[in-house]
Ligand binder design. Structure first.
Ligand code: SAM
Length: 246
């Protein structure tokens, strides 16, 4: 498989990814704002508006896979009513630790739970969630097909899955600017803020290695999702994929 532009054994990838996120956990949220110039907030809010957590006290349980420091989960419970809760599942204790502190600070610790788990084998019962999300996480998982099948397994019938991920810029002119920005500026910015240029080099490379949206939609269908669709956001910098467990 790939770790950025390097070809590495499938077993090695997860360890290398874990080093990246351990290294950047403390500065992860700040870096997201800087690198995306705040756009990740817009993309995540759009994801939450598609999730439509109920405003009433009806129970709605979200699984946020590779949820890191909890952004999508916090936004979802804040948008939903008192019955809305979320479980952040992430393989990295460092990211989860930052997320738990944020939950305390936001007063959301009773509604957002943090669980250390590998997306490829989720420690949750079949049909136990109303929705599942993964934001900017799936491309880090070595076996994406397994992770998607696991998300489908834990969803209740009718439950929806959303995947937010970097995609292919399809606007002439923007592609060149985007390339220059990602390869020339991001690693340097990463070094300045986290002391770690290599981790951000990996991030930009892994974005280029991610399958184009049509191919990712096929992966979702292969994992058993139905009504699979995707929409490009911000000129294709990001795509929002969706599917339903029937
Ligand atoms: N979803 C969060 C967000 O949007 O801010 C975090 C995204 S961060 C770019 C990617 C996350 O994927 C990291 O927290 C990393 O630990 C997690 N991750 C990588 N491999 C994983 C795996 N196999 N299972 C679960 N999480 C994983």
């Amino acid at each position: 498989t790939h770790f950025g532009f390097r070809t590495v054994p499938l077993e090695a990838k997860q360890r290398m990814v874990d080093e990246v996120f351990h290294s950047v956990a403390r500065r992860y949220d700040l870096m997201n704002d800087l690198m995306s110039m705040g756009l990740h907030r817009v993309w995540k809010d759009l994801l939450v508006s598609r999730l439509r957590p109920p405003k009433s006290d009806r129970a709605f349980r979200l699984l946020d896979v590779a949820g890191g420091t909890g952004d999508v989960s916090f936004r979802t419970v804040e948008a939903g009513g008192p019955g809305t809760s979320a479980v952040v599942a992430d393989i990295n204790g460092g990211m989860l630790g930052v997320g738990r502190e944020r939950a305390q600070g936001l007063g959301l610790a009773d509604r957002v739970e943090f669980v250390e788990a590998n997306a490829e084998s989720l420690p949750f019962a079949d049909k136990s969630f109303d929705a599942a999300t993964v934001a900017f996480g799936i491309r880090n998982v070595p076996r994406m097909d397994k992770a998607l099948a696991e998300m489908r397994r834990v969803l209740k019938p009718g439950g929806r899955c959303f995947v937010l991920e970097f995609s292919r810029v399809d606007v002439p002119g923007l592609d060149a600017i985007y390339d220059a920005y990602s390869f020339k500026l991001i690693p340097g910015m990463g070094k300045l803020v986290t002391g770690d240029a290599e981790s951000y080099q990996y991030l930009v490379e892994s974005i280029r290695k991610f399958p184009p949206p049509e191919a990712f939609a096929d992966l979702m269908r292969g994992a058993g999702f139905r009504r699979v669709a995707w929409q490009p956001l911000t000129g294709g910098i990001v795509a929002l994929h969706s599917g339903v467990r029937i």
